[in-house]
Ligand binder design. Structure first.
Ligand code: NDP
Length: 321
């Protein structure tokens, strides 16, 4: 199984089609040693992109990833690392739930400090901010990239119209345009990528780094008989996820997916991840794992890609919609 590297939209940057992110896990399920084992397993499979965010683990996720990268001693040119800013690390006015210039310029310095890096490759506005003009945010992101603190900037879950406004402002003022967006994309959540963003991707060359390919683990089938111990659904602080993880309608659909996976001789998780990666609009599928063995299993989705012919895709999509 050879890793495929895809361009991030129309940029020249190439990302492994499967990547690895640290949400929930770094700091709560994975300590430094397990994070190192997981990142090493991902890298061994060809992963070159590692996703993070300021808010993950209250800043600990960036600290752990930074220490792991330093300990592994990988050449800085050999990996792409991201972070995302918006929620902030305190509730202080101007420092949380905002994309104002003051926050953005200070937040990126905090991220670099926690990572122990001079720059991040990708910097995302983690959500949109209706209380800051898009123009103010675009100028701040342009300045951060111009200062060399991030190489490319993008958005996460921005409404399509805010993205279009950002492109218009960039074109008017010759500013650095958003290169990528980070939306949720999986068999249960398709509309934003396939409908809302498709025309923007086609017109502006936006790249997609998509998240939650397993819908927080549900598409692995692990919640078919309730919430297993040690799963995300059992974690304190993630009670809000439980009703969708155990939703009967959704889990009913999974039973058909389970038999398709059996026919293809793969696990449900591999089937769900390969389905995301099969979409050419997707530059990279950010996978997550609470243990290294899941990384190994998920990376083997690469071998399932070639088994997804048109007929199987029709069946998978009929089963999950
Ligand atoms: P998934 O939907 O793939 O869920 C990953 C979780 O599912 C794991 O932590 C693990 O949880 C479980 N799991 C993974 N593999 C398997 C397997 N083979 N068998 C059984 N269970 C499995 O992805 P995430 O929700 O973690 O999202 C991936 C990344 O996307 C994040 O790390 C983050 O970088 C990014 N992200 C970005 C967001 C944004 O707003 N921009 C939002 C959310 C994520 P467990 O074992 O504990 O059950």
């Amino acid at each position: 199984m050879k890793m495929e590297y895809r361009r991030l939209g129309t940029s020249g940057l190439k990302l492994s089609v499967l990547s690895f992110g640290s949400w929930v896990t770094f700091g709560s399920q994975l300590d430094d040693d397990l994070a190192m084992e997981s990142m090493t397993a991902a890298r061994d499979a060809g992963v070159n992109f590692f996703d993070n965010a300021e808010s993950y683990g209250g800043g600990d996720s960036e600290r752990i990833m930074g220490r792991v990268l330093a300990n592994l001693g990988w050449a800085r040119s050999s990996y792409v690392v991201s972070t995302k800013v918006f929620w902030g690390l305190s509730e202080q006015v101007n420092m949380s739930n905002t994309l104002n210039r003051k926050y953005l310029l200070q937040a990126v310095d905090g991220c670099l400090d926690r990572f122990g890096l001079d720059f991040v490759d990708l910097l995302f506005c983690h959500r949109s901010d209706p209380e800051t003009p898009v123009e103010e945010t675009v100028w701040a992101m342009h300045d951060i990239v111009s200062a060399g603190k991030a190489l490319y900037w993008g958005t996460s879950e921005w409404p399509g119209e805010a993205l279009i406004e950002a492109y218009e402002i960039c074109d008017r003022h010759h500013l650095r345009r958003p290169t990528m967006e980070q939306p949720q994309y999986n068999l249960f959540n398709r509309a934003r990528v396939e409908q809302e963003y498709r025309p923007i991707i086609e017109r502006h060359g936006l790249g997609l780094t998509t998240w939650s390919p397993l819908a927080s683990g549900q598409l692995s089938g692990k919640y078919l008989d309730g919430i297993p111990e040690g799963s995300r659904g059992a974690l304190e602080g993630y009670e809000w996820l439980r009703s969708s993880l155990t939703d009967r309608g959704r889990n009913g659909k999974l039973r058909e997916l389970k038999s398709i996976a059996a026919e293809l001789d793969c696990t449900m998780a591999q089937l769900a991840i390969a389905w995301c990666a099969r979409n050419p609009l997707v530059s990279t599928v950010i996978t997550g794992a609470s243990r290294p063995s899941q990384v190994v299993e998920n990376m083997e989705s690469l071998g399932v890609l070639s088994r997804l012919d048109d007929e199987i895709i029709v069946r998978i999509e009929a089963a999950s919609s």
